[in-house]
Design a protein around this ligand. Structure first.
Ligand SMILES: *[C@@H]1O[C@H](CO)[C@@H](O)[C@H](O)[C@H]1NC(C)=O
Ligand SMILES: *[C@@H]1O[C@H](CO)[C@@H](O)[C@H](O)[C@H]1NC(C)=O
Ligand SMILES: *[C@@H]1O[C@H](CO)[C@@H](O)[C@H](O)[C@H]1NC(C)=O
Ligand SMILES: *[C@@H]1O[C@H](CO)[C@@H](O)[C@H](O)[C@H]1NC(C)=O
Ligand SMILES: *[C@@H]1O[C@H](CO)[C@@H](O)[C@H](O)[C@H]1NC(C)=O
Ligand SMILES: *[C@@H]1O[C@H](CO)[C@@H](O)[C@H](O)[C@H]1NC(C)=O
Ligand SMILES: *[C@@H]1O[C@H](CO)[C@@H](O)[C@H](O)[C@H]1NC(C)=O
Length: 338
């Protein structure tokens, strides 16, 4: 049977829409795009590797972007949406200063759309990109269950109540992760992502000046390291000051367990890093990771998969496959959760 080209195209589109609806109904699956877009994961890997060559900081950036995505409304690509007039999106929220990697996701999406249009979600691309970043910086490789849908809502004011603050103590950290159905052990394991990447001075000046009545500097900070940090971060540093400090003083560009070794040497940069040693249960986990690099590599991979899988993931009919990761598909500005 020979069909006119128009009819064939319409039929083909109809079948593609059906496939998307059916396949996205269930839980996440490894190799989700095996049949529908076999080149998807390789394409993301290629784009991330090219970006990393010219800018190594992109790797921690993409891991952080995935984390921020998952902790606000689940891993639904909401962090990728641009604001629309009158609707500031998650990107505009205060902890956004060092969010980066948006152009990498855009590039991967563009290439994937050219190969298999409207099949691969932005949320999945981001989850793949985070994995590829872990592989590039730490040789940590794992398979990413996929099949997420992209959300249609992104609200700036939802960021602060959901993302853990760098000033959190142990109790607050455990509670923040528990709200996301992640355990204290998941929290300690995922904190190891601070084995790469940077922080801005304003997140640590509280530890360097006027810390308490009795001590100018946070006594849980190594004194020599504190001196170095004071030189980098003077007391008049402003809120948007661009000065940065490496999160892991020992091996700042390698994703490894040295972060935990650093904690034991009082080199934890943020209050929320050093806080892991203020509770015996958490400290035992830090010790395990500090002394057993292969254990941390494995548990980190598991925890990344778990984070990407259990937090309010959109499958079923709740979301869509965006054409452009920065905007929802229809023209309507559906940024409120009605
Ligand atoms: C995709 O292929 C891989 C490797 O052959 C396999 O392990 C996985 O189960 C497949 N996934 C799906 C959903 O078909
Ligand atoms: C971050 O948020 C500020 C407002 O708090 C906004 O001016 C800025 O454009 C945002 N940055 C990005 C990269 O979205
Ligand atoms: C952590 O901070 C909260 C809120 O400020 C406080 O109620 C709690 O006692 C603190 N916990 C510890 C162990 O310091
Ligand atoms: C520390 O506290 C003193 C006395 O309250 C104040 O004069 C000084 O400006 C403070 N320094 C910083 C860096 O906040
Ligand atoms: C902070 O103070 C130093 C001198 O003490 C000055 O050189 C620098 O410009 C100041 N920075 C800001 C952001 O005010
Ligand atoms: C330490 O953390 C564990 C795990 O969250 C918690 O069960 C325990 O109560 C905490 N211990 C103290 C002394 O706060
Ligand atoms: C945590 O698990 C409960 C029970 O399964 C579920 O109702 C809740 O939505 C989950 N929370 C998140 C943030 O995923």
């Amino acid at each position: 049977m020979v069909l006119p080209a128009q009819v064939e195209l319409v039929l083909l589109q109809f079948i593609m829409v059906l496939v998307v609806l059916v396949v996205n109904g269930g839980p996440l699956e490894i190799g989700f795009y095996n049949e529908s877009c076999p080149s998807a994961e390789e394409t993301v890997k290629w784009v991330v590797a090219r970006a990393y060559e010219s800018k190594p900081g992109i790797a921690p950036g993409l891991i952080r972007l995935h984390f921020h995505d998952c902790f606000v409304r689940g891993c639904d690509g909401s962090v990728l949406l641009d604001s629309t007039p009158g609707n500031p999106s998650e990107k505009e929220a205060d902890p956004n200063k060092s969010l980066q990697g948006f152009e990498v996701i855009d590039k991967a999406k563009e290439m994937i759309e050219a190969q298999c249009p409207h099949i691969v979600s932005c949320a999945d691309i981001l989850a793949f990109a985070a994995r590829d970043s872990a592989t590039l910086t730490g040789k940590i490789d794992y398979q990413v269950p996929a099949g997420r849908l992209d959300g249609r809502v992104s609200i700036a004011s939802e960021v602060l109540p959901n993302i853990p603050s760098p000033l959190f103590n142990a109790t607050q950290l455990v509670a923040n992760f528990a709200v996301k159905n992640l355990t204290a052990e998941d929290m300690v394991t995922l904190s190891g992502a601070h084995s790469i990447g940077i922080a801005h001075c304003d997140t640590i000046i509280n530890r360097l000046y006027n810390f308490s009545e009795t001590s100018d500097v946070d006594p849980s900070l190594d004194p020599i390291y504190a001196k170095f940090l004071k030189i980098k971060c003077p007391p008049n540093v402003t809120h948007m000051d661009p000065t940065i400090v490496q999160l892991d003083a020992l091996t700042p560009e390698t994703l490894d367990n040295e972060y935990y070794v650093g904690l034991k040497l009082n080199l934890g940069l943020l209050t929320s890093d050093q806080a892991l040693l203020t509770n015996e249960t958490l400290e035992a986990m830090v010790n395990m990771n500090a002394y057993h690099p292969e254990v941390w590599d494995w548990t980190f991979a598991q925890a990344m998969v778990k984070m990407g899988e259990i937090i309010e993931v959109e499958t079923g009919t709740e979301g869509e496959i965006r054409f452009n990761c920065r905007v929802i598909n229809s023209g309507s500005f559906a940024f409120t959760d009605q």
